[in-house]
Design a protein around this ligand. Structure first.
Ligand code: AMP
Ligand code: MG
Length: 356
């Protein structure tokens, strides 16, 4: 199986008003934009802060970068980490006391969101994700396709977040096939925490964009932050949308991490019902006040597909959804359609759904 990963220069997928230089600080009519990028969670993280002295902005960004590195180590799904320790305990039927404090609230939130999504967002399917070859840093390898028997075996074991029992900080699972992988959720969850921390550090206007998992607070001076939603081809921008207050815009796309075998494209998002990579949608964007919910929902709605996305979005309580199918048709609920702007010369075929 051939593998490929895209690290587009504009990886964020969400272009931030044309500002792409690391550590950029500009005086602009008495206001300042400080911008810095760093690499963590296997992706480029881009932070923009408006209206703060350079040193204070730089210190805030460094604090977030340190936090993200720690989280990356603690939540890693295939390098040795507190999460892999927990997975090992689950696989051997043991109860584990979680020492790493951020894991516990994360687990609780993931359990709830998974339940609301009818298990389409299912961070318990780490074994299936690994089987499809996504537990790797090296996408240059040539793997065989997983055997249908092995896929069927893992699907039959039906690992679910409902299997996880939390008692204080003691975690166990009634199903040993559960293997936690927070790849669909960790970045959205992390941007929530990072924005909270930025506020504590006196930042009122900022965007944190972790590879298409973005959260914004405040404004860019007098204007709202303007966000570009990446085109599903991975190239350029599909639409623009302004954000106000505290909002997350999160896109799940199958252009960033995927495998290819004999010319067939296999998405990194796995349908827990059949153990197969999803087909049909090339990208799903969700806007929500919670980055964690938007991230979980973007993955869940990719699995749900055109048939079930509306129901799952309602169950998860998200209010703004945009989906793009393989033909490039854009599906949105009316509230989302009222917010996004497309370039007139690149207007896609648009289908507006019933309200959410
Ligand atoms: P995202 O880009 O947020 O959609 O996350 C995709 C990542 O989540 C994959 O690389 C896997 O690590 C993991 N994943 C794949 N399928 C699922 C699923 N159905 N539920 C939860 N996590 C998943
Ligand atoms: Mg996601």
């Amino acid at each position: 199986m051939q593998t490929r990963t895209y690290t587009w220069p504009l990886l964020a997928g969400l272009l931030l008003a044309g500002l792409l230089l690391a550590g950029l600080f500009r005086a602009n009519g008495g206001n300042q934009l400080y911008q810095q990028q760093f690499y963590v969670f296997g992706t480029l993280v881009d932070i923009s802060i408006w209206g703060l002295a350079e040193q204070q902005a730089s210190e805030a960004v460094n604090a977030i970068a340190n936090d993200f590195q720690t989280k990356h180590r603690n939540w890693h799904a295939w390098h040795s980490s507190p999460l892999t320790d927990l997975n090992q305990a689950i696989a051997t039927g043991q109860t584990r006391t979680v020492q790493e404090t951020s894991l516990l609230p994360m687990l609780k939130q993931a359990k709830q969101l998974s339940h609301q999504s009818d298990g389409f967002f299912n961070p318990a399917i780490g074994q299936l994700i690994g089987l499809w070859g996504f537990h790797t840093d090296d996408f240059s390898d040539n793997l065989p396709l997983p055997s249908p028997d092995k896929i069927a075996e893992l699907v039959a074991l039906a690992p679910s977040m409902d299997d996880i029992k939390i008692n204080g900080n003691r975690i166990s699972s009634r199903n040993r096939a559960v293997q936690l992988d927070f790849g669909a959720f960790a970045k959205g969850y992390a941007v929530d925490l990072a924005i909270e921390k930025l506020r504590q550090l006196g930042v009122q206007n900022a965007i944190i964009n972790a590879g298409g998992n973005l959260k914004a607070i405040g404004k860019k001076g007098e204007k709202p932050w303007l966000i570009g939603i990446r085109h599903p081809s991975g190239k350029g921008v599909l639409a623009a949308c302004s954000v106000s207050g505290e909002e997350s815009i999160i896109t799940s796309g199958n252009y960033e991490r995927f495998r290819e075998y004999q010319g067939v494209h296999y998405s990194h998002i796995i349908d827990p019902r059949n153990g197969m990579p999803t087909q049909g949608l090339t990208s799903v964007t969700v806007i929500d006040s919670s980055g964690a919910r938007a991230d979980a929902a973007s993955t869940a709605l990719t699995v749900a597909g055109l048939q079930d996305w509306h129901r799952i979005a309602q169950q998860m309580g998200v209010k703004y959804v945009m989906l793009v199918d393989e033909a490039g048709t854009v599906y949105m609920n009316p509230a989302m359609a009222a917010r996004v702007q497309f370039l007139p010369e690149k207007l896609p075929n648009i289908v507006v759904s019933e309200p959410l």
